[in-house]
Design a protein around this ligand. Structure first.
Ligand SMILES: Nc1ncnc2c1ncn2[C@@H]1O[C@H](COP(=O)(O)OP(=O)(O)OP(=O)(O)O)[C@@H](O)[C@H]1O
Length: 201
C-alpha cells in the first residue's frame, strides 16, 4: 500500500512537470512565432492586380512586369521608352490570376498574433472598382473557396480560439462602420438616431 502511494505520487509529479514544460514550450513557440511576424515587417503592403472585366478593353497603361521580389512595372503606351515606365515596390504583388486563398496566405499568420495579444489592422485601399470588396469580402455568390480576407480571418479567429478553449477564454466583438463623405456611420445600429458617429451616450 505504502509502495502504491509512493508510486502514484511520483507519477503525479511527472505529469505536473510535463504539463509545466509543455506550457513553457507553448509560450516560447508563441513568442518565436510573433517575433517572426515582427521581422517580416510591422507594416506590409501588398498589391493585387485585378483582371480585366468582361467587355473591358486594355487601357493605355499595362502591367509590364511582376517580380517575385514585389516589384511591379507599369507602362504607359503613350509615352516612349523609359519615360513611360514606372516601377513600384511592394512586399508582394499578386497577379490577376491569384486566388482568394493565395491572397490570404500572407495575412493568415497575423490572425494568430491577434489571439496572442497583438494589435492588427488589415485594410484595402484603391480607387472605385479596383477590387477592394472582392478581396476583403468576396464575390456575391460566395462559396468557401471564394471567401475574402474578412471571412477567412473570422473563421481562423473562431477556429484558433476554439482549439485553445481549454486554457484561454476569448471574448470576440464585431463593429462595422462606414466612412463616407467624411462621415462615420455605425452599420450595425438598428436605431437611426444612433447611426451617426460619435455615438451619444
Ligand atoms: N480579383 C478579381 N477577380 C475577378 N473579378 C474581380 C476581382 N477583383 C474585382 N473583381 C470584380 O471587379 C468589380 C469591382 O470590384 P469591387 O466591387 O470589389 O471594387 P471596389 O474597389 O470595392 O469598388 P468600390 O470602391 O466602388 O466599392 C466587381 O465586379 C468584382 O467582382
Amino acid at each position: 500500500m505504502a509502495y502504491n502511494c509512493l508510486f502514484s505520487g511520483v507519477k503525479l509529479q511527472t505529469l505536473a512537470d510535463a504539463s509545466e514544460n509543455y506550457h513553457a514550450l507553448l509560450a516560447e513557440n508563441r513568442k518565436l512565432f510573433n517575433e517572426i511576424q515582427d521581422l517580416k515587417g510591422n507594416i506590409r503592403v501588398y498589391c493585387r492586380i485585378r483582371p480585366f472585366l468582361p467587355g473591358q478593353r486594355e487601357k493605355r497603361t499595362s502591367v509590364e512586369h511582376v517580380g517575385e521580389n514585389g516589384e511591379l512595372v507599369v507602362a504607359d503606351r503613350s509615352k516612349p521608352g523609359k519615360e513611360g515606365h514606372r516601377l513600384f515596390k511592394f512586399n508582394k504583388v499578386f497577379g490577376s490570376d491569384a486566388t482568394q486563398a493565395e491572397v490570404y496566405s500572407d495575412t493568415q499568420p497575423l490572425i494568430r498574433s491577434v489571439l496572442d495579444g497583438y494589435n492588427v489592422c488589415i485594410f484595402a485601399y484603391g480607387q472605385t472598382g479596383s477590387g477592394k470588396t472582392y478581396t476583403m469580402t468576396g464575390p456575391n455568390s460566395s462559396t468557401k473557396e471564394n471567401w475574402g480576407v474578412n471571412y477567412r480571418a473570422l473563421n481562423d479567429l473562431f477556429d484558433i480560439s476554439q482549439r485553445r478553449k481549454s486554457s484561454i477564454t476569448y471574448e470576440i466583438g464585431v463593429q462595422m462602420v462606414e466612412i463616407y463623405n467624411e462621415q462615420v456611420r455605425d452599420l450595425l445600429s438598428s436605431d437611426g438616431s444612433q447611426k451617426k458617429y460619435p455615438w451619444q451616450l
